[in-house]
Structures are given as C-alpha cells and as structure tokens.
Ligand binder design. Sequence first.
Ligand code: URA
Length: 419
Amino acid sequence: MDIIDIIIKQKNGIDLSDSEIEYLINGYTQGIIPDYQMSAYLMALCFTGANEKVISKMTMCMANSGDILNLSGISGTVVDKHSTGGVGDKTTLVVGPCVAACGGKVAKMSGRGLGYTGGTIDKLESIKNFNTQIPVERFIDIINEIGISIVGQLKNLAPADKKIYSLRDVTGTVDCIPLIASSIMSKKIASGANAIVLDVKYGSGAFMKTYKNAKELAETMIKIGNQNGKKVKALLTDMNEPIGNTVGNSLEVIEAIQTLKGNGPKDFLELCIDISSVMLQLEFVDKSVDECRKMALGSIENGTALNKFRELVFMQDGDVECIDDTNKFPKSKYSLEVKANMSGQITKMDSEKIGKTACLLGAGRQSLNDKINHSAGIFINKKTDSYISKSDVLAVLYTDKKEILDFTKEYYLDSLTIE
Ligand code: URA
C-alpha cells in the first residue's frame, strides 16, 4: 500500500477502504509513516471530511492500538461520562456520586487539564493522598463494592490517538469534527464501559463555538458508539460562562462538596442533575426522565450522594476529613479582589480567557509535564446578567505567584463585557 496514494485519495474526497485506514493508523503509530505524511493526510481530511463508516473504522483502529479495558467483572450496565472540555467543569465529582448513590455503576477514566480547560484528575489530587493511579483490578473491585471509581487513563490507552493528537496540536488540525469525534470515542471505547454519556459543550469556553457544530459533533460520536455496540446519549450544554463560581482545582472540589451538601450554585446543580438523569436512564431503561431527575435530586437532598463521595475518597486513600472541614484544603499565599471599574451589567464572559487567567495563576499547565498549584484559581462573584456598581468585587484571584496578580487582574477584567 502506498501512503501517497492514500493522501491523494483523501485530498480528492474519495473514501478510504478499511485496509487503507488500518494501514494509515497502524503505520503511523508504529513509526512507519512519518509525521509529514500524516500531517498532509490530516489536513486533507479537515478540508474534505469523511463519512461515518470511515470515521468509525478509524476510531476502532485507534482504540485497538492499545489496551481495551475488560469490565465484564462488573455486573449490570457500566456507565461512563465524558465532557468535551469546559472551564470550571467539576461535574464528574457530583454526577458520579449521585448516579452511584442511586444504584448505578460508574467507571470513569479521566484526564489532566491542558491549556485553559481543567481535568478531573488534577481536581481529585487536590484532596490529600487521593490515589488516581490504582491498578485496574482495584478499579474494578471498588466499582463492585461502592458503585464508583475515578482514575487516570491507562498508560497504554489508545496510543494512536496520543500520537495523532500531538501532531494535530502543532499542525492546525485540532478543530475538525471527524478527528475530534474519533479521538474522544477511541478512548471511551477503550475504557470499556458499555454505556456512555457525552456532555458536548458549545460557546466561548468550548472547542465548538456554535451550537450547530456541537450538535454535529454529538451526532457523529453517538453514531460511532452505536456502530461499536455502545449505548450513547449526549447533552448539548452552554459553555459561554464558567460553570458555577469557581475555576481552579481545590476551589472546584470545595464547590462540588458544597453542592453535594445541598449548598451549590444553581447553574452547576442544574447541570449535574441533567447529566445524572441521562446516565440513570441508561442504567434503568424502564424509568422516565422525570423519575431519573427525581432520583438524582433526591440523592443530594437525602445525603446519600455526599456519603458516596465520602466512600469514594476513602476507597482511593484520600483524606475524608476535608469533606467535613473544607478549611483543610491548602490555601494560596496571595489573593486579590478584582473590583469593577465601572457600573453596568455584565452581558458577556469570555470563558476561554477566564480559563487562561486561572492557568496563569498556576491552576493549569501549558504542557503535560508542567507542575500545577492545586490551590490557585478564581472565585467568581458576578456572572453574566449581573448588575454591578463601580468597586463591586467581581472575583477573587488566588495564587502563589505575587508578581502575576496585577497582570491577571487586568486580564480577568478584559474577559468581561460590561454595558
Ligand atoms: N478531546 C479529545 O480527547 N480529543 C480531541 O480531539 C479534542 C478534545
């Protein structure tokens, strides 16, 4: 098979055969096809697109390039949840315990934050001693025992995606629906759950800036999952402002704990109930949406979801005491109030810019090997539609880097449209 023929075929918008896709993905993963030829292929795909059969085959080749987790040792429907990436997105920390408290089985492999979006593993690691790198056998045992476990991705999970994603990052080919869909779904399929809920975000802090593109991405991922024997449901959710009031690891965990205690911000609670109820529908097919919503909300109101979070932290060696006393989370050395420099109404928030502000404060990383500061981040007092007066505190910034405070204050103010 000739890689140049494959590139030309893609350039001319002709669908690749199954064997050509296998040759392309396996050849690139094994180092037989060089970066420059894969880059040419990816760029051609960005312009021509691909049909569902091609995207599905590509996804399976990427999933099969590494280990496929076998979760058959867990009885019943095992459900996974994936967010396409948000700012202040701590939903897994509430949704997972809610679903498990209602009798569901949640097997969640999560990632670390990169760039302006956060990652669940970083958030969980702000709980003292919480172990996100447990062996697969223990992961399965914990799910069988308490209904939920959350761990980092296996080292050998979809290595083809890891290599292709790094190349996309430096060749301007990230922003392409077939490539995003196959990247996400290859990891979800390799993670072994038989049911998947996709939280597909749109807006200023999301990959997909428009609702239309988010819908296309969601539909593509659902089809890939269904063609490969998975039950998949998707929600399209707004990412035009950060979720809840916090951005930054320990701040977000504290907010998730408050939410499990029934004291969370309304927008965040609402999102958690929406996602939990869709997960529960996949678990309990005879229940209506309304019944699933009631079950999810009930688990917060009666304290069982909070107890489930406690069990999760305990089973993964974390410090359970910090749940009852959130003052035990480490504090940043410096904080600064961001005050309004005019009166008016906040009509827009640029979530991506707010995510970048948190990253500059130390909450995120530019490259996967960077160290992060778990206590750095932002507490947001005023969100979209709020009326504000001059000198009102709009947000509080937390960091260990004193020298960055003045700059990040201006950067944060720049993310707001006040009219
Ligand atoms: N997340 C992924 O895992 N892959 C993409 O391509 C985009 C977001």
